[in-house]
Design a protein around this ligand. Structure first.
Ligand SMILES: [Mg+2]
Length: 238
């Protein structure tokens, strides 16, 4: 098999541990302090509930969404129209996440090895956070230049597992035949089923917060990023 590119999911794949739902609710507290200082818990519940709704709608429809969609809807439900307040709440939410995101310490060495092998390296993240937030985190950990093409669904029309998101990522790494690209991700439905549907090879990196899905089987499963190299070696022999 000729492999031209490897495209990675981000959260839970290139980061150490994707957050639990409890973590997600917790990280809305700073935003709620801006929007509703006298009813912070209620505000965090509202933001968290609306975030889950947007994810449910997004997965069902394939349509992406943004942080502004979530905070705007929650602010509206709380009767808040002050745009500066909404923006400061968004920033507080992002700041709460920035300190919690830890890239896998083995990511850089694996990405460098893929680059040394002449492979194109891509990123495709299902995210409502803005592009600059992700790019700042990658730059903070000196990973930006190791990932040649980076796509975030906040900028795209579709979310994974919709084929449109994967096609954008494939175009980004210059691969015209999906059979020559490998996708690595932690979510069976979003990552593995979506990439398989287009004909990509798939590698599943299980995440303790995301259950396996019966009937969705990746072509390979890895317990750590360096294990990906042996998988690619094996496929290159086919
Ligand atoms: Mg993920």
């Amino acid at each position: 098999m000729r492999i031209e590119a490897v495209i990675f999911d981000w959260g839970g794949t290139l980061t150490v541990d994707e957050a639990s739902l409890a973590d997600c609710r917790e990280r809305w507290l700073p935003a709620a302090r801006h929007l509703a200082p006298t009813r912070v818990d209620e505000g965090a519940d509202e933001l968290f509930t609306i975030e889950r709704l947007w994810w449910d709608r997004g997965i069902a429809s394939g349509r992406s969404f943004t942080l502004r969609d979530i905070v705007g809807e929650a602010a509206g439900a709380m009767g808040i129209v002050d745009q500066q307040l909404i923006e400061s709440a968004e920033q507080a939410h992002l700041d709460a996440w920035a300190e919690a995101v830890i890239h896998d310490p083995e990511a850089a060495v694996v990405l460098r090895e893929l680059d040394r092998r002449g492979l194109r390296i891509g990123l495709l993240s299902n995210t409502h956070w803005p592009r600059h937030f992700h790019e700042d985190l990658l730059a903070r950990d000196e990973l930006t230049t190791l990932i040649h093409s980076r796509h975030y669904t906040c900028d795209l029309e579709n979310l994974k597992p919709h084929g449109g998101a994967f096609r954008a990522a494939l175009a980004g790494v210059g691969v015209s035949d999906p059979a020559h690209a490998v996708f690595v991700g932690d979510r069976p439905i979003d990552d593995i089923s979506g990439a398989k549907a287009l004909g990509m090879r798939t590698v599943w990196r299980p995440n303790p917060h995301v259950p396996a899905e019966p009937g969705i089987d990746a072509d390979a499963t890895i317990g750590s990023l360096p294990e990906l190299l042996a998988v690619l070696d094996r496929w290159a022999q086919e």
